[in-house]
Design a protein around this ligand. Structure first.
Ligand SMILES: CC(C)(COP(=O)(O)OP(=O)(O)OC[C@H]1O[C@@H](n2cnc3c(N)ncnc32)[C@H](O)[C@@H]1OP(=O)(O)O)[C@@H](O)C(=O)NCCC(=O)NCCS
Length: 186
C-alpha cells in the first residue's frame, strides 16, 4: 500500500501526472483547475492558509514517485472556520484496495487534531464507494441537493452532503484509543 504523506514541492510533478491521467469526471471532485501546473505548485509550496493536503505515494522505480491518491481538508472561512471540507480522489487503477479509506482516515484524524469540530464532504449520490467509505468513518447524510450537478453526458445528478460532527463523540472515541484503531498516532 502507498504511503500517505504531506504534500511537498517534491511531489509536484507526480501529482500533476496523477491529475492529468484522471478521467475528467473525477477531476471535478477537486473543483480547482488541477491541470494548471501553477495551481498545483502553489498548493505544494504551502499555498492556502488553513488547508492541509496529503498524497499517497508509491515508489515508481526509475520513473520516480507515483501519486496514487490525494486528499485535502479545506477550512471554511469566517463564521464556519470550525468546519473542514474534505476532497478525496484515488487513481482508477488503485481503487478497491483500501487506499481511499486510508486517505480519508488520515485526513479525519489530522483535521480533528488541528481543532476542526465538523467535517463535510460532497459525494455524488450514486457513488457507492465514497458513501460506504465516509459512512464507515462516522459521516452521516446532512443534505441532499437534488439535480445539483450535471455529469459528462449532461444528465442531472443528486449531490449528497455528508457530515462528521467531531465534538464530544471524538473526545470519547479518542479516550478509547480510536486514533490508534484508525492506524494513526494519538
Ligand atoms: C471514492 C474513492 C476515493 C474510493 O477510493 P478506493 O481506494 O477505491 O476506496 P477503498 O478501496 O478504500 O474502498 C472503500 C469502500 O468503498 C466500497 N467500494 C470500493 N469499491 C467499490 C465499488 N466499485 N463499488 C461500490 N463500493 C465500492 C467498499 O465498501 C470499500 O470498503 P471495503 O474496504 O470494506 O471493501 C474513489 O472511488 C474515487 O476517487 N472516486 C472519485 C472521486 C470521489 O467520488 N471522491 C469522493 C468525494 S470528494
Amino acid at each position: 500500500m502507498a504511503d500517505v504523506v504531506d504534500l511537498t514541492p517534491a511531489h509536484c510533478d507526480a501529482l500533476l501526472r496523477f491529475f492529468a491521467d484522471l478521467p475528467e469526471g473525477d477531476r471535478t471532485f477537486i473543483r480547482d483547475d488541477v491541470t494548471d501546473a501553477e495551481v498545483v505548485r502553489g498548493w505544494a509550496a504551502g499555498g492556502t492558509p488553513g488547508t492541509r493536503r496529503w498524497v499517497a505515494v508509491e515508489d515508481g522505480g526509475s520513473a520516480g514517485d507515483v501519486v496514487a491518491g490525494y486528499v485535502a481538508v479545506l477550512r471554511l472561512p469566517g463564521w464556519s472556520d470550525h468546519v473542514g471540507e474534505v476532497r478525496l480522489v484515488v487513481a482508477p487503477g488503485a481503487r478497491g484496495s483500501g487506499l481511499g479509506r486510508a486517505l480519508a482516515r488520515h485526513a479525519l484524524v489530522q483535521a480533528v487534531e488541528a481543532g476542526l469540530t465538523k467535517l463535510v464532504v460532497e459525494v455524488v449520490a450514486e457513488q457507492g464507494a465514497a458513501l460506504a467509505l465516509f459512512t464507515d468513518l462516522g459521516f452521516t447524510g446532512e443534505a441532499l441537493l437534488v439535480d445539483h450537478i450535471r455529469d459528462r453526458d449532461g444528465h442531472l445528478r443528486d449531490l449528497m452532503v455528508l457530515a462528521h460532527h467531531v465534538g464530544d463523540t471524538w473526545a470519547g472515541m479518542s479516550a478509547v484509543g480510536l486514533p490508534e484503531a484508525l492506524g494513526e498516532p494519538s
